[in-house]
Design a protein around this ligand. Structure first.
Ligand SMILES: Cc1ncc(COP(=O)(O)O)c(C=O)c1O
Length: 290
């Protein structure tokens, strides 16, 4: 279910360090089932990397259960929060994951900055993952002493301007209320799916129902038409959607299509926009003689 960003780095590291990578496959409901995870584990399993929310399917993984399960089995967990952080409220101290990562531009913040949450239990490391300036207490040729976290993990000059502006994104989202955003997006997705399900030339992937476990991001295809043609036509009506494999080709292998169209809702989208979108889909159909 992973975005390539949470897959390819581990492919590459496994080549360098020679560890084995295993894939936790989705079931036919396009979900990750913990029972399937159990079958993958051995006493050599060290780390589970999993997305909080799929950037293609809108599926929200049961990360509380996943973290609990991994803790019980002595496995570290890294959660890709690039989508989860956008659409739902998350309390990392309650979750207790080892690592949680996301880019700030995903939550309406600046580009070029990312956040890596590191659980305190990893603060005792002796060797930093990256090193450079601004992170040492003292350096002798044979003896280096590092500053504590967060500096321990943050070598080099900081992205001050991005960090400064990111604060305002957080404050803005907090003022809207993350819970409110989630509830609003769920309602909007319900409305949209209900409309889409009435159109016979549209195929939606994986939305039997909408809930806080699947919402906001909807993959679909206009039957028989390549997604790039759909996006070109939508563009003529000033509607911008992302099409392609969305940097998640493994999901598309499972869906058995090379590409999909994706509508992704935010707090600023409206039911009127959904209505307009549906009308435009009908215009596209007429244009293409479907
Ligand atoms: C789930 C998920 N993970 C990772 C990423 C990668 O983020 P970035 O492009 O900031 O590296 C994205 C971006 O779309 C994403 O949706």
């Amino acid at each position: 279910m992973e975005h390539h960003a949470n897959l390819l780095p581990f492919f590459n590291l496994s080549k360098v360090f020679g560890f084995k990578l295993k894939l936790w496959k989705m079931n036919d409901n396009l979900e990750l089932d913990i029972k399937d995870l159990e079958n993958l584990l051995t006493n050599k399993t060290k780390l589970l990397c999993v997305t909080h929310m799929s950037n293609v399917l809108g599926v929200v993984n049961n990360i509380y259960d996943i973290v609990k399960f991994c803790k019980e089995n002595g496995i570290m967990v890294l959660i890709d929060g690039a989508q989860g952080i956008v659409h739902s409220r998350i309390d990392l101290s309650e979750l207790g994951t080892d690592f949680y990562v996301f880019s700030t531009h995903k939550i309406y913040g600046p580009f070029g900055l990312g956040v890596v949450y590191v659980n305190r239990k990893h603060f005792g490391r002796q060797v930093p993952p990256f090193s450079g300036g601004s992170m040492v207490r003292s350096v002798f040729f044979n003896d280096v002493s590092y500053l504590g976290p967060p500096m321990f993990f943050e070598p080099g000059t900081q992205a001050f301007s991005q960090i400064f502006t990111f604060k305002y994104s957080i404050e803005y989202l907090k003022s809207l209320g993350l819970q409110n955003i989630e509830e609003y997006e769920i309602e909007l997705t319900k409305y949209f799916i209900n409309e889409l399900n009435q159109i016979d030339f549209i195929q939606v992937y994986g939305y039997n129902n909408v809930s806080n476990k699947r919402f906001a991001i909807v993959p679909f295809n206009v039957k028989g038409i390549h997604p790039h043609d759909v996006s070109f036509l939508l563009d003529q009506y000033n509607i911008l959607i992302r099409v392609g494999h969305h940097c998640a080709q493994l999901i598309h292998h499972k869906l058995n299509v090379p590409a999909t169209c994706r509508v992704s809702f935010s707090f600023y989208n409206t039911k009127e926009e959904v209505d307009n979108f549906i009308q435009v889909l009908w215009k596209i159909r007429k244009f293409l003689y479907l």
